[in-house]
Design a protein around this ligand. Structure first.
Ligand SMILES: NC(=O)NC1=NC(=O)NC1=O
Length: 173
C-alpha cells in the first residue's frame, strides 16, 4: 500500500486499517487521521508517536494497560488480536512448557504489581529465552525509567505493524 492510498482513505477505512497499530488503541488512529495528508511512512509514524508523547502520564500508562500479557491468559484463551498472536507465536511464546509459562506468569504478576501496568516488549525483536530475562531485568528499574522503556517498546511494535501494513522493510529500531 502506498502513501497516496493512505491519504485517500476516509475515516472509517483509515481506522479499519490502522486502528490496531497501537494495540487496542483505535483512538490514536482516529486522531492521526486528522493529520493527513502524510508525506510518507515515517511521517505517518511520527504522528502516531507524537500523539502518544503528548499524553499525560495516565494516558501513556493506559496505552500499556491495553496490551495483553506475553504468554498470558489471552494467549491461552485464543482472544489475542491477530497482530499480537502473530508476534507472540513468532517469539516462540505459544510453545512454552508449563514451567516456562508459570515463570512468565509469576514475573508478569510481580511486574504489574510494581508498576501498575503490564510488561510490554516488542516480541518480534525477542525470543522465548530473552523475554523472561528482559522482564526480570526491567523489574528492577525505577518506575519513571520503566515507563519510558515500556513506551519505547510500544513504538517498536507500532513501527513493525506500520511497516507490515505499508509493505515497507522495518528499519532497525
Ligand atoms: N505485553 C506485550 O508486550 N504484548 C505484546 N508484545 C508484542 O510484540 N505483541 C504483544 O501482544
Amino acid at each position: 500500500m502506498d502513501i497516496e492510498k493512505v491519504n485517500s482513505m476516509d475515516f472509517g477505512e483509515f481506522v479499519d486499517v490502522f486502528g490496531n497499530v497501537i494495540e487496542r488503541c483505535p483512538l490514536i488512529a482516529a486522531a492521526v487521521w486528522s493529520q493527513r495528508p502524510f508525506s510518507n511512512l515515517e511521517d505517518l509514524e511520527k504522528h502516531f508517536f507524537a500523539f502518544i508523547d503528548a499524553l499525560p502520564q495516565s494516558g501513556r500508562e493506559g496505552i500499556l494497560r491495553c496490551h495483553p500479557d506475553l504468554a498470558g491468559r489471552e494467549l491461552q484463551q485464543g482472544t489475542l488480536s491477530a497482530e499480537s498472536r502473530r508476534e507472540q507465536s513468532g517469539a516462540g511464546l505459544t510453545s512454552l512448557d508449563a514451567d516456562e509459562r508459570l515463570r512468565l506468569a509469576e514475573l508478569n504478576a510481580q511486574y504489574r504489581a510494581r508498576f501498575g501496568f503490564p510488561f510490554v516488549l516488542a516480541a518480534r525483536r525477542s525470543d522465548r529465552a530473552a523475554v523472561p530475562r528482559e522482564l526480570a531485568r526491567r523489574l528492577r528499574c525505577p518506575p519513571a525509567q520503566e515507563l519510558r522503556t515500556a513506551l519505547a517498546e510500544v513504538k517498536k511494535i507500532g513501527h513493525l505493524r506500520l511497516a507490515d501494513l505499508l509493505g515497507a522493510h522495518p528499519a532497525g529500531l
